[in-house]
Each structure stands twice: as structure tokens, then as C-alpha cells.
Design a protein around this ligand. Structure first.
Ligand code: ZN
Ligand code: ZN
Length: 345
């Protein structure tokens, strides 16, 4: 609001066509925004998490899976403009956009923007660890790499997910008279935990909080099979869930809802579980360090592999990564964007 619809001056300076503004990355010649935190006429959306995808845009350009997630969560159907991974589209003003897999959640994309021979990639959220529920991050050369930094401190290292799934299955085997209640975000984390349990040979019923049902169904409609899932509200008795694994949103872990479960042992799947105090604070007995974001090693490895002329850091702990870039003779700057608070760590 109050901003001119088109800016025609200053376009000749390198990268003057792309500008980080508090409410998102502004692509000036196309008058479009990436992951804007307010409603805009034209938005490019990296993925369906609430801090990136918002309703109310005139046109929303995103992968069809992201658009389906947005429709489910925010009832946004109008103005939906789907793109495939790898397909380059003209978005106006001589700018083209290509959505590339980010390995974060179903449908998640990095966005490559090209204008006058200059290439900028906005990662959105990403990770490098394998995930059976989404396509792997594609390393792509560019001039400016705008990276997230949610876990941008050396202390954050995520163990292989097989170790954490192993802990969960061991706890379940050792406690046949209880159930294991796992807190997991409803978009991405829950489906990844289920898919990894299946891959580890766990084919029993997994019980779900009602808030996860629709998203699990959407994943299955997109070809991610999750096996035998049932709703806790449909359980014939408490006894039916004894010795089983149950998934619920983190907010349900300690509320009234969990009283219907048989002697639950509380677990939580999150990158923040690396921090013991966080686990204790939430009353988590079984912390599982499972994250859909790059850890410190993945962030630095990715910057090395992409090898951009310049790295812009946003969305998390910018300072340590900025310092790492300086120590490694890499040009970098921290961006101050607002509104990114993770629902999806
Ligand atoms: Zn996310
Ligand atoms: Zn995010």
C-alpha cells in the first residue's frame, strides 16, 4: 500500500530489480513478491507453511502441491497459478521464474529468478537430508543465493533420522502398557515421521489427532503412501491404543485431549529438541531431533556447493552464518524480513 505499482528507474544497476523489503522479497519489474507477509496482487510462494503462504493474494504462483495445501488450509482457490518443478515462466518485466525442489515438505520449492542475465535463488525453507515425502533439494548455480538460517548456529546438528526413528521404536517396544504420543507439526513433519516409520518396517496402525487427518490424506493424494492410519476419536477404547504410536500437533501434547490416551509417554519431533531446556520446558520425555530445515553443516555445505557471488541470509540466526561467510571470504549480508516464525521446525 502506498508503494508505486511500477518502478522504472535504477534498473541498470546490478540486481537493482530485486529488493528485500520488510514484508518480503520484492521483484520490482514484475511487481511481484516472494512469500510476502501481507496480501499482494502477485505472489510467488515457496511452500505451504503459514509463515510463507498466506491467503488474500490476487495471483498466487506455486507448485500444484503447495496450491493444494494452501487451498486446504486457507481456502484460497482464486488466482491459483500452478507451475511444475523445472518449468520456467515469464512473470513480467523481463523476469523469469523457475521453481526447483527444496527438499523441505511436499511441494516445497526454491525459486530461481532471472533478469538481464542475473540469477537469484530464494531458497524458502530447505534441507539436504533425504525425505521420502518430497523431492530432494536441487543444487543450482546462481549469483545471489538467499538462504534461510533457522538453525544457523554450529551447535545445531541434526542426527540421521534413522537414529531418531530407532529411539521411537525402542521406546514403543519397551513400554507395551503405554502409548507413545509424538508431537509433530501437521504439515510435513507428521507425514515424514510416518513414512520413516513405515520404511523402518513399522506397519501397525498409527493413531492420529483429528487435526492431522486432512493433510495426511492430501499427501496420499500426491502419491505419498502412509499406511494404516486411524483417528484417536474413532478408537473403540483406550485399550485399543495401548502399545501404539500416536501423532498429534505439539499444542495438543499437554492439553485435555491427551487424557483419553492410555498412559502416554510424551515425545516430540523437532530440530529444537537438540536444546535440552526446550524439551524439559514442554514436558517432553522422549526428545526426537527431527527437523525439516538444514542444520549448520547443511547450510554451510550448500553455500559452498551453490558457490554464489553473494549470499543473503534471512529467516533465523543470521549472525553466525554471516560471520562464517566472512571467514570464508564470501560476500554476504543479513536481511531483516518480518513475519517468519516457524511453525515447521
Ligand atoms: Zn517451512
Ligand atoms: Zn519458514
Amino acid at each position: 500500500m502506498g508503494r508505486p505499482a511500477r518502478v522504472t528507474h535504477g534498473m541498470s544497476a546490478p540486481f537493482a530489480w530485486i529488493r528485500p523489503e520488510p514484508s518480503g522479497i520484492h521483484i520490482l519489474p514484475a511487481d511481484a513478491w516472494v512469500d510476502p507477509s501481507r496480501a499482494v496482487p502477485r505472489a510467488l510462494v515457496t511452500h505451504g507453511h503459514a509463515d510463507h503462504a498466506r491467503g488474500g493474494h490476487g495471483i498466487t504462483i506455486a507448485t500444484s502441491a503447495t496450491l493444494a495445501i494452501m487451498e486446504l488450509r486457507y481456502n484460497t482457490r482464486e488466482g491459483a497459478s500452478p507451475v511444475d518443478y523445472g518449468e520456467s515462466i515469464a512473470i513480467g518485466g523481463g523476469v523469469s521464474a523457475t521453481f526447483l525442489p527444496a527438499g523441505h515438505v511436499l511441494g516445497s520449492a526454491q525459486i530461481l529468478l532471472e533478469h538481464a542475465g542475473e540469477r537469484v535463488i530464494i531458497t524458502g525453507d530447505y534441507k539436504r537430508a533425504p525425505d521420502p515425502t518430497c523431492e530432494a533439494f536441487a543444487v543450482t548455480p546462481c549469483d545471489i543465493f538467499i538462504t534461510e538460517a533457522t538453525f544457523g548456529l554450529p551447535v545445531f546438528t541434526h542426527p540421521p533420522i534413522s537414529e531418531e526413528i530407532g529411539k521411537l521404536l525402542t521406546a514403543r517396544a519397551e513400554n507395551p502398557e503405554s502409548c507413545i504420543l509424538v508431537g509433530a507439526y501437521a504439515l510435513g513433519k507428521a507425514q515424514r515421521v510416518i513414512a520413516e516409520l513405515r520404511a523402518a518396517g513399522h506397519h501397525d496402525t498409527i493413531w492420529l489427532h483429528g487435526a492431522m487427518e486432512a493433510m495426511c490424506r492430501l499427501y496420499e493424494e500426491h502419491g505419498v503412501m502412509l499406511g494404516d492410519l486411524r483417528l484417536v476419536s474413532d478408537a473403540p477404547s483406550k485399550e485399543a491404543m495401548r502399545g501404539h504410536i500416536i501423532l498429534a500437533p505439539p499444542s495438543a501434547l499437554n492439553d485435555r485431549w491427551s487424557r483419553r490416551l492410555p498412559d502416554p509417554i510424551t515425545a516430540m519431533a523437532s530440530g529444537w529438541m537438540r536444546v535440552r531446556a526446550r524439551a524439559r520446558q514442554r514436558g517432553v520425555e522422549l526428545p526426537l531431533v527431527i527437523s525439516d530445515h538444514a542444520d549448520w553443516n547443511e547450510l554451510t555445505r550448500t553455500i559452498r556447493e551453490v558457490n554464489p557471488a553473494e549470499t543473503w541470509i534471512t529467516h533465523g540466526r543470521e549472525e553466525a552464518l554471516l560471520r562464517w561467510c566472512e571467514l570464508n571470504q564470501r560476500r554476504a549480508r543479513a536481511l531483516a524480513l518480518v513475519g517468519y516464525e516457524d511453525e515447521d521446525d
